[in-house]
Design a protein. Structure first.
Lengths: 338, 338
């Protein structure tokens, strides 16, 4: 019998995870829960996804909007083998008791605290650690991107120290209330940023310092990466190693892709849903070695790179596949791999 | 007798240098040269700065615009003890033979190649090196900002290695044809960027790797700085050292300045000409030590931080003052120091 998956929260991440669940041969989408009858609620209806009210008090709002509900989030969680919590940061923590009440294991997103959960998760780095866990956090888009990069470097060359400047998009395209406009904000101003400690939830012993800035862009994050390796491979060998990974895209110089705009154009031209780019996009020309210092630039699509990770985390928790099997199935069904 | 200074090019840098020259007790502005009768040419007239035609063929354009010329650039250079070339990148190189023909020493801006000149200059780092040179390059805004930072660190603690990500404004506020819009561009994509080698024109033996990106902002550049020191001072000592420098501004946490917009507002509130910020603006809270790794953020005002450096370079070349005297005079007359 298929894994019965509930998705609580049907926004940027939730709607993508729900679609991905429906593509899996071993999963079935029980339904999605939503707080308000906005355009995304209408989308769930159009997709024939059973829609549940995330907040009981707001059932009337859905009725007023002419949207039929399948029930409340309580019923959804009860019916599921596992729930993917894709609510805004902090709401996941509020929902924990709900999942515990129904004895349903839960995945949370990277905006929640690492302390909330039994294990923080990245499919490439620590798939096995999530086995039988009740509460698992799929790390944030940036930490996912860094983990995918650091895992093979750690395995192949050893990492003496990583230093990363994250040039972050100010908000997603739909987050019209966010900034900055025409500015470059150190954010946080105090160092290190939270990203380094977050990477340590996946690689506890890794020496990493991170700095973050926010800029007036919405499409993708960009990382300026330095990794001091414990050996001195040539740049070509490092590029080959990164190219071999299943969720990386080494952007060929010949493509003429200079930034996130052209990356999204590339994704749209290939018919990707919502122009999603699940892979770390690493500029091949940027992969450079200076002594034992590796440098490179990578772009990270904040709205989608965690989607395959959520799918893998479902199997990791329930023990229905090993890491390689799961990632292969996820990649094939979604079309991950450039 | 005062030093007779000519300014060839009356744009972003030239107009600021010309104003700064008029404030010096030991200098006199012979005049400024300009290629076309635009709003800045009108400004020179309003300021009673003798205006010379940079290109003989265009003299008629000035007449047509009703602007009286004092002569051609040839006459300007002949009348001067020294010329500050503030023409767009690459034009300085074209002008070199003109200055040689008149045996007039020349300062060039950072957009010119280091190979063009006898010495690259930063007042804090190598004032004496410019003595009696015929051709001196005042390094770019970014290299000036890095040199001011690295000089005291090098002297006080020793620098093992510097790694800097330069998050660059896409263009100045008036450069309406430049981008990017809503994107983050690795630029250059291939590493290292030219900034590291440019810093090496001032500190030949310094180990430095730099990475550059361009973002949709116009106000200031922002540097994400890592310097591995040869010793391990505490962060407070480093902050104090940087605060003591004459052309740095340690932004106090209490000021609530989160980016370049508020820095410019701060400068305007204090009546600074053109809202110029000649100092490196270093966020005090960001100054951090992790082992021997120093981290900090600094913002650099690309339009103005080289202005006091050009003034000092004039005295350095002509040998009329030593480094401390010159910088003190420049700082006092301009109002440098926050």
């Amino acid at each position: 019998m298929s894994i019965q998956v509930a998705v609580n929260g049907y926004g940027t991440i939730g709607k993508r995870v729900a679609d991905a669940v429906t593509l899996q041969p071993d999963m079935e989408l029980v339904g999605v829960a939503k707080t308000s009858p906005n355009h995304e609620a209408e989308l769930a209806v159009e997709n024939d996804y059973p829609l549940y009210a995330a907040i009981e008090d707001r059932i009337d709002d859905f009725e007023a909007a002419g949207i039929d509900l399948a029930g409340t989030v309580d019923e959804l969680v009860e019916a599921a083998d596992i729930v993917v919590d894709a609510c805004p940061s902090g709401i996941g923590a509020d929902n924990k008791s709900l999942y515990e009440a129904h004895d349903t294991p839960a995945l949370y997103q990277g905006g929640e605290s690492a302390d909330l959960v039994d294990v923080s998760f990245n499919a490439r780095s620590n798939f096995e650690a999530a086995a039988d866990a009740d509460h698992v956090r799929v790390v944030s888009c940036n930490t996912t991107g860094l983990s995918r990069l650091l895992a093979p470097l750690q395995e192949e060359y050893g990492v003496e120290k990583a230093r990363v400047t994250l040039v972050r998009r100010g908000g997603d395209p739909g987050q019209t209330g966010r900034g900055p406009i025409n500015d470059i904000l150190p954010n946080p101003v105090s160092l290190p940023s939270h990203h380094g400690p977050d990477v340590n939830t996946i690689f506890p012993d890794l020496d990493i310092d991170t700095l973050g800035l926010k800029v007036p862009a919405t499409l993708m994050h960009t990382h300026s990466v330095n990794v001091t390796l414990e050996s001195t491979p040539d740049a070509e060998a490092v590029a080959d190693l990164l190219d071999e990974q299943d969720r990386t895209f080494l952007i060929p110089e010949s493509y003429g892709i200079d930034g996130a705009g052209k990356l999204k154009e590339f994704a749209m031209d290939r018919g990707r849903p919502r122009a999603d780019i699940w892979e770390n996009c690493i500029w091949a020309e940027s992969v450079s070695m200076e002594g034992s210092d590796l440098y490179l630039f990578q772009a990270i699509h904040q709205e989608s790179d965690v989607v395959p990770e959520n799918i893998d985390a479902i199997r990791a928790v329930l023990g229905t596949a090993d890491a390689d099997e799961s990632r292969e199935t996820t990649n094939e069904t979604l079309g991950v791999g450039l």
